[in-house]
Design a protein around this ligand. Structure first.
Ligand code: G6P
Length: 634
């Protein structure tokens, strides 16, 4: 993961690099650094452990002057998070500096050879071999040396390199890690993600695998690894820079939760014309889709949960059987996919290494591939045969919220689109569904308005949880150690059924990610096969129980929990009267909606609950420990 940012132009580079790294901090935040050309015959590097603000504090005291620099924010793969292992890395003469995102798989052998040649390594990272290789091959032209060095390297990389010997020049290259060039007026940028450069330019070039770019302030030359020139026009990005700022919210996560109704409205407006659904960028003709006999969805993390909801949607709207797999499992078995299979890869970033590899595996087996992703021009959007963009705008909080509901929205529309193509549903029924769907963003908005009115109560409930949680811990730790039996069950259990089961695991994931409290999501029907053993008066059991065909079953499950003194928090449809008889801790009501669309509503309280608990615990909500937004390594 890690974030890279580079600038060459006429302005002072330091503040731009710091600002760029802050935008990229979601990609990793265990250490950071900057390398600057300052006219001397050595590159100046400042790096430090921890977040960008630590780097900024050092630089505020001792600014680096210069107009060409590269910076890096790290998510450790090889070598612990430390100042020594932070990027940029320097060659032994301190004349060349490299920042890197990815993994050099043969670094151990390369390191051994370089050590035998007399190179002394200063870090434990895989990256350091790159800078020594570039130095070894450097004969007065940086791009030639980079191209030569990259021939020795196996693995994945996005790199940016500068040398004190060639003022104003940044050389960057990529293989399977993202890198984007921002073209400005008398200045050029390079970054891991467009959100970091949007403030300065919306003209971007996505570098392809195996390409090397030489940036000067007034030129941008791309070649392949053999040095053959490649011509590519910039594309214009329509994201609004304000979308990548907090907009008055205390955290990006909360802002992104509140953006959801607007995003869904925009998706529907763009895709629905009359009663027809259009995916203009899809690139897969309707005739090819008609040959599809089954669908396999692959994804990771939250996007995988969207895929699980997709299974229910497609199987309800079409006759096509659907399988869902995490990308990391799919890619290493021998998946039975072929020309009659549509493999749909869902990803916010479009850069997740396992999902990308899954698509390649599917293509190797001649399956039709389609990606649903958020980032325009991302690796997945270029790798898959077809693409549908979610257009959710930049998602900055590491815990995904708006990307999830945007993915769901596209899956609903794709289901309706397929049913329109395959004629698997009566036209009148399809139109009714579409009409209801058009109304869903309004329901989401009214739930969020209600949350705002009731915010204090949510905060109070999170506080109650905090108090109960610490009481349990106190009881446990104050007990005579010999009498301690087991740690208290201070956790959350999320239960859901049918199309709301994926939201149970998504709700648990949200909580785990940002509050570090153990949480499990389970299909309610499976509760008696294990999790019920955990129930006593301690865990909070979040029961997703909107009106649905399995509502009665859900109520029976809640009763079973209640009978074992469980602390239940049901999420029900507004106006529900029977739930009070079960004496819940408190009840969350969502607006009335058909079961098929209910995940778009039930997920909102789950996101907000995770947010409120993490906030109450004072955690770093937007940048939880150990996580990164985009997992570009296996
Ligand atoms: C990481 C992120 C998650 C995300 C997952 C898949 O784990 O922290 O929020 O769901 O990667 O990422 P993708 O970009 O493929 O959706």
């Amino acid at each position: 993961m890690c974030g890279i940012f580079g600038y060459t132009g006429k302005k002072e580079a330091q503040p731009l690099v710091i600002q760029g790294l802050k935008q990229l901090e979601y990609r990793g935040y265990d250490s950071s650094g900057i390398a600057m050309q300052n006219g001397s015959n050595a590159i100046r590097v400042v790096k430090t452990y921890g977040k960008i603000k630590n780097l900024e504090e050092i630089l505020n005291k001792q600014p680096l002057k210069g107009t060409t620099a590269v910076g890096h924010t790290r998510w450790a793969t090889h070598g612990t998070p430390s100042k020594e292992n932070a990027h940029p890395h320097l060659d032994k003469e301190n004349q060349i500096a490299v920042v890197h995102n990815g993994i050099i798989e043969n670094y151990f052998d390369l390191k051994k050879t370089l050590q035998e040649e007399g190179v002394r390594f200063r870090s434990e990272t895989d990256t350091e071999v790159i800078v020594h290789l570039v130095a070894k091959y450097y004969k007065g032209n940086l791009e030639n040396a980079v191209r030569r060095a990259l021939r020795d390297v196996h693995g994945t990389y996005a790199i940016a390199v500068i040398t004190s010997a060639e003022p104003g020049k940044i050389v960057a290259a990529k293989l399977d890690s993202p890198l984007v060039i921002g073209k400005g007026e008398n200045e050029n940028y390079v970054a891991s993600d467009v959100s970091a450069i949007l403030e300065y330019t919306n003209q971007v070039i996505y570098l392809e695998n195996g390409e090397v770019v030489t940036l000067m302030r007034d030129s941008c030359e791309i070649t392949n690894l053999a040095g053959k020139p490649i011509s590519r026009q910039p594309v214009k990005i329509n994201w609004d820079v304000t979308q990548a700022k907090k907009g008055g919210f205390p955290h990006y996560m909360l802002k992104e939760i509140f953006e959801q109704p607007g995003i869904l409205t925009a998706i529907l407006k763009e895709r629905v014309r009359g009663y027809e659904i259009h995916f203009d960028e899809l690139k897969i003709p309707a005739a090819a889709l008609k040959k599809v006999k089954r669908i396999v969805i692959i994804a990771c993390g939250t996007a995988y949960h969207a895929g699980l909801v997709g299974k229910y949607i497609f199987e309800e709207f079409t006759d096509i059987p659907v399988w869902v797999d995490t990308s990391s499992e799919f890619r290493y078995r021998d998946p039975k996919v072929g020309p009659d299979t549509l493999v749909i890869a869902i990803s916010q970033s479009g850069e997740t290494a396992d999902t990308l590899a899954g698509v390649r595996e599917a293509k190797r087996k001649k399956a039709l591939t389609l990606t649903i992703c958020n980032v325009l021009g991302s690796s997945l959007s270029r790798e898959a045969k077809g693409v549908i963009y979610t257009h959710a705008g930049p998602e900055i909080a590491v815990a995904s919220t708006k990307a999830y509901t945007a993915q769901l929205a596209v899956l609903y529309l794709l289901g309706l689109y397929l049913s329109q193509n395959f004629k698997t549903m009566k036209e009148s029924a399809r139109r009714e569904l579409l009409k209801e769907f058009l109304h869903v963003p309004q329901l989401m908005r009214s739930f969020l308005d209600e949350y705002k009115r009731d915010e204090k109560n949510w905060e109070k409930n999170a506080h109650d949880f905090n108090v109960r949680y610490h009481e349990q811990l106190d009881k446990y730790y104050s007990a005579d150690p010999d009498k301690r039996k087991r740690a208290p069950n201070g956790f959350f259990l999320y239960l859901g059924r049918n199309i709301n089961y994926p939201n149970a695991i998504e709700g648990a994931l949200k909580l785990k990610e940002i509050s570090y409290i153990p949480a499990e999501g389970y299909p309610s029907g499976e509760m008696k096969h294990g999790p019920i053993a955990l129930i006593d008066e301690n865990p909070w059991v979040i029961c997703i129980a909107p009106e649905s065909k399995t509502y009665d079953k859900m109520i029976s499950n809640i009763q079973e929990i209640k009978a074992r003194s469980g602390y239940i928090v049901p999420i029900v449809t507004e106006g529900n009267e029977d739930i009070q008889r079960l004496n819940p801790a408190y009840v969350i009501e969502i607006p009335r909606v058909s079961e098929i669309f209910s995940p778009l509503l039930t997920v909102l309280p789950l996101q907000l609950l995770a947010y409120c608990v993490a906030n109450e615990f004072g955690e770093d909500i937007d940048q939880p420990r150990n996580l990164a937004k985009s997992v570009t390594v296996e």
